[in-house]
Write a protein that binds this ligand. Structure first.
Ligand code: NAP
Length: 251
């Protein structure tokens, strides 16, 4: 395991869903965690429940000032910054023909520009601290296409590519950069989606945020020979469809 004891992490979009589970997993692993989000009430509640090694701060990932303040607070008050988890993300259920230009741009702003701004702002601090790990939460929508999700798919493929570019840029600084690609996970983001979307997966259920958090923890702390790499947590969805392979008339 990488020696990050007494050091700190920033987790964006950490008030609920996958980000909250990641914050919990990192605190359990001995890391001090600054949770950033737009949802201040939920974020403060979570930080209090995690104890003295967690704190909350408002962090809109599209805002450079917010990034500077959050990264400095984490580095100076919690412990030298070692980990950044770019988790904040939004979804917009519109296809290419139906999505408004402003909606498309907003999804790219939060899901792609946000992580870029985070890495851009954190790199000098991580470099000064002798290295670290950045984990970007992409999606299976960064590995394949989906209908009705044009902006989201574009943003998650973009983040997957940006991860590789950053891994190469930061290699000499000892900063590893990897992407994690969840499939359908039960969080507020997927509250409106029914079980039918998972029935043909090899593991035919929604994932739990803790199952993604376990992967993020592994990538951040233990995957010391991995950078620019993709880690999939999708119930086997990208392996193929079990329903089709079981079809009676298909040879
Ligand atoms: P979620 O339940 O919607 O939680 C996301 C959190 O991010 C919310 O608290 C949200 O705050 C916050 N947020 C939104 N815009 C932000 C911004 N500009 N700056 C900072 N925080 C912001 O989402 P989730 O399901 O946990 O997803 C987390 C990440 O995993 C996302 O990147 C998502 O694309 C990815 N992912 C999720 C799934 C899934 O099935 N759930 C699958 C693949 C990938 P508000 O609620 O106030 O907007």
């Amino acid at each position: 395991m990488q020696k990050f004891d007494g050091r700190s992490a920033v987790v964006t979009g950490g008030a609920q869903g996958i980000g909250a589970a990641v914050a919990r997993a990192l605190v359990d692993a001995g890391i001090r965690v600054l949770i950033g989000d737009l949802d201040d009430d939920e974020g403060k509640r979570l930080a209090e429940s995690l104890g003295e090694h967690a704190r909350y701060r408002h962090l809109d990932v599209t805002d450079a000032k917010d990034w500077r303040a959050a990264l400095e607070e984490s580095d100076e008050e919690l412990g030298p910054l070692a980990i950044l988890v770019n988790n904040a993300g939004i979804v917009d259920f519109h296809g290419v023909a139906d999505e408004w230009p402003a909606q498309f741009r907003h999804v790219l702003d939060v899901n792609l520009y946000g992580p870029w701004l985070g890495m851009h702002s954190a790199a000098p601090i991580l470099r000064r601290n002798g290295g670290g790990a950045i984990v970007n939460i992409s999606s299976t929508a960064g590995l394949t296409g989906y209908s009705g999700l044009g902006g989201y798919v574009a943003s998650k493929w973009g983040l997957r590519g940006l991860t590789k570019a950053a891994a190469l840029d930061f290699a000499e600084d000892g900063i590893r950069v990897c992407s994690v690609h969840p499939g359908p996970i039960r969080t507020p983001m997927t509250a409106g989606l029914g079980e039918e979307i998972v029935t043909s997966q090899p593991i035919p259920r929604f994932g739990d945020p803790a199952e993604v958090a376990a992967m993020v923890r592994f990538v951040a702390l233990e995957a010391t020979y991995s950078t620019g790499s993709e880690f999939v947590v999708d119930g086997g969805a990208t392996a193929g469809s079990v329903a089709i392979s079981k079809g009676p008339n298909i040879r």
